[in-house]
Design a binder for this molecule. Structure first.
Ligand SMILES: *Cc1c(COP(=O)(O)O)cnc(C)c1O
Length: 431
C-alpha cells in the first residue's frame, strides 16, 4: 500500500497489511500473534538481527506482527515514516521524552495538558532530572523565553484537554525549527483524518489509542509516529551522538544504515526504550485497536457532527453560562487545522458554579450518558473535571489549565443526536 495514493478511509482499512492477507497464513483479518520469541534461521541470522543489519522479529517485548500492522497503519494515516506502539498513551509520552532528553536537560511544554500528562511532567520528570518549563498555549514569546541551551523538545497537545484550545502548530513548528528542536504533538483529541500535525510541521505525533482510535472504550494503548523529518546529529542530542550503552555502543544519529537514519528516533525508542524498559503493547490490545481503526474515519465524522450540534444547542440554553467547542471558540484556527470537524469533546459551564455542575453531571448519569473518566468512546460520557480528573491540581494550576469549577466535560458519542440532546435537556432541567 502506497501511503500517498490512498485516502484515509482506505488506509484505515488496509494500510500495514497486504490486501491478499497475512503473509504467513493468508488469513484476511490481522491475526493475533501470541508468541514470546521467534526462531532465527541460523546464528548468523540472529547476529544480523541483533546488529540491526537486518530488520526482523527477535522477542515479543520489542516486536510483534500484530502490533506492526497497527503501527504501520497509524504511520500511514498520519503521513509518518515509522511508528511504535506502547502500552498506553501515558507510556508513549514518557518514553518519547526520555528518548530525547536525559538528566540535566529541559523541555518546554504547553500548560493546558491532559491531567495525567501534567502530573508526569510536573512530578515525575523532575525526579529523573528533566526540568519542564510550562508556557501558556500559543504564547510564542513565552516559549521563546523558556528555550535555552539545555532545551531538547517542545511538547503541545493539538487540542488541549479539557479547555479545548487549538494549538497553532505552525507557530510552534517555526520556533522549533529556529532552535533546532523537535516538536512533539499529542494529537489524541484530533485523531486521523481530522488533523495531520506532520503536514503542519510536527516531528513526532503521539496518540492515546484508548480514546477515539480504539473508539469502544475497550483497551489501553499508545503510539508514537515518527515523521522521519528531524536531524538528530546536533551534538546537543547526546542520546543520538554519543555511543549508546543501551544498544551496543551505537550512535543513532551516525551509525545506522543510511535508509534508516531518518527514523533514528523510532528505532532508538524500540531498541532502547521499549526493549530495555518494557512498556510493550499486548498484541491482543493491538488487535482490538485495529478493529477500531477500520471505522475511525466514519466514527470521528459522526462524533464531530454530534458534538457541534450539542455545542450550538447548549449555547442557546438558559441554564448554560458558556460553551467551548474548538470550531465555535476559535473559528480561524479551526478553519486552518480542523476543516473536516473539531472532534467529539464539548465543555461548558453551568450557572451556579461547581455545585450546579455536579448536579447536572449526576442527573445525566444513566440517561444515555455515563459518568466516568474517559473520552473517545462510541458512548456519550460526562464528567466534572475539577473534582475528578484534575483534582490533583492546585487552584492556580486548575485556572492555568483552563479548568474552571463550573466546567462540565462531555465526550459526545455516536448515538442519535435527538437522544443525546433529550438526555442533556432532562439533566439541565434537574439542576
Ligand atoms: C487519555 C490521554 C492520554 C493518556 O493516554 P492513556 O492511554 O490513558 O495512558 C494522553 N493525552 C491525552 C490528550 C489523553 O486524552
Amino acid at each position: 500500500m502506497s501511503k500517498t495514493t490512498y485516502h484515509p478511509e482506505t488506509l484505515a482499512v488496509h494500510a500495514g497489511q497486504p490486501v491478499h492477507g497475512d503473509p504467513a497464513t493468508n488469513a484476511r483479518a490481522v491475526p493475533v500473534y501470541r508468541t514470546t520469541a521467534y526462531n532465527f534461521r541460523d546464528s548468523r541470522h540472529g547476529a544480523d538481527l541483533f546488529a540491526l543489519r537486518e530488520l526482523g522479529n527477535i522477542y515479543a517485548r520489542l516486536m510483534n506482527p500484530t502490533n506492526d500492522v497497527l503501527a504501520a497503519r497509524l504511520a500511514a494515516l498520519e503521513g509518518g515514516a515509522a511508528a511504535q506502539t506502547l502500552a498506553s498513551g501515558t507510556a508513549a509520552i514518557y518514553f518519547t521524552i526520555t528518548n530525547i532528553a536525559r538528566a540535566g536537560d529541559e523541555i518546554v511544554a504547553a500548560a493546558n495538558l491532559y491531567g495525567g500528562t501534567f502530573s508526569q511532567f510536573d512530578a515525575i520528570l523532575p525526579n529523573v532530572g528533566i526540568k519542564v518549563n510550562f508556557t501558556p498555549v500559543n504564547d510564542f514569546a513565552a516559549v521563546e523565553a523558556a528555550i535555552n541551551d539545555r532545551t531538547r523538545l517542545i511538547f503541545i497537545e493539538s487540542v488541549g484537554n479539557p479547555a479545548l484550545d487549538i494549538a497553532d502548530i505552525e507557530g510552534y513548528a517555526a520556533l522549533a525549527r529556529k532552535h533546532r528542536l523537535p516538536l512533539v504533538v499529542d494529537a489524541t483529541f484530533t485523531p486521523p483524518p481530522l488533523l495531520r500535525p506532520i503536514a503542519h510541521g510536527a516531528n513526532l505525533v503521539i496518540h492515546s489509542l484508548s480514546k477515539w482510535i480504539g473508539g469502544h472504550g475497550a483497551g489501553i494503548g499508545g503510539v508514537v509516529v515518527d515523521a522521519g523529518n528531524f536531524d538528530w546529529s546536533d551534538p546537543k542530542f547526546a542520546l543520538y551522538n554519543e555511543p549508546d550503552r543501551g544498544y551496543h555502543g551505537l550512535r543513532f544519529a551516525h551509525d545506522l544504515p543510511e535508509p534508516l537514519r531518518p527514523i533514528a528516533f523510532s528505532l532508538r525508542l524500540l531498541t532502547v526504550g521499549i526493549r530495555n524498559q518494557g512498556p510493550t503493547l499486548a498484541p491482543d490490545a493491538a488487535w482490538i485497536f485495529l478493529q477500531g481503526v477500520e471505522s475511525l474515519p466514519l466514527r470521528i465524522a459522526r462524533h464531530s457532527e454530534n458534538a457541534l450540534a450539542v455545542a450550538t444547542w447548549l449555547q442557546r440554553h438558559p441554564k448554560v453560562a458558556w460553551v467551548r467547542y474548538p470550531s465555535l471558540t476559535q473559528p480561524e484556527l479551526a478553519a486552518k487545522y480542523l476543516p473536516d470537524g473539531a472532534g467529539g469533546v464539548v465543555v461548558f459551564g453551568v450557572k451556579g458554579g461547581a455545585a450546579a455542575a455536579r448536579r447536572v453531571t449526576d442527573a445525566a448519569n444513566g440517561d444515555i450518558f455515563s459518568i466516568l473518566a474517559n473520552v473517545g468512546d462510541a458512548k456519550s460520557l460526562i464528567i466534572h473535571p475539577a473534582s475528578t480528573t484534575h483534582s490533583q491540581l492546585s487552584d492556580e494550576d486548575l485556572l492555568k489549565g483552563g479548568v474552571r469549577p463550573e466546567l462540565i466535560r462531555l465526550s459526545i458519542g455516536i448515538e442519535h443526536i435527538d437522544d443525546i440532546l433529550g438526555a442533556l435537556d432532562r439533566a439541565l432541567a434537574a439542576a
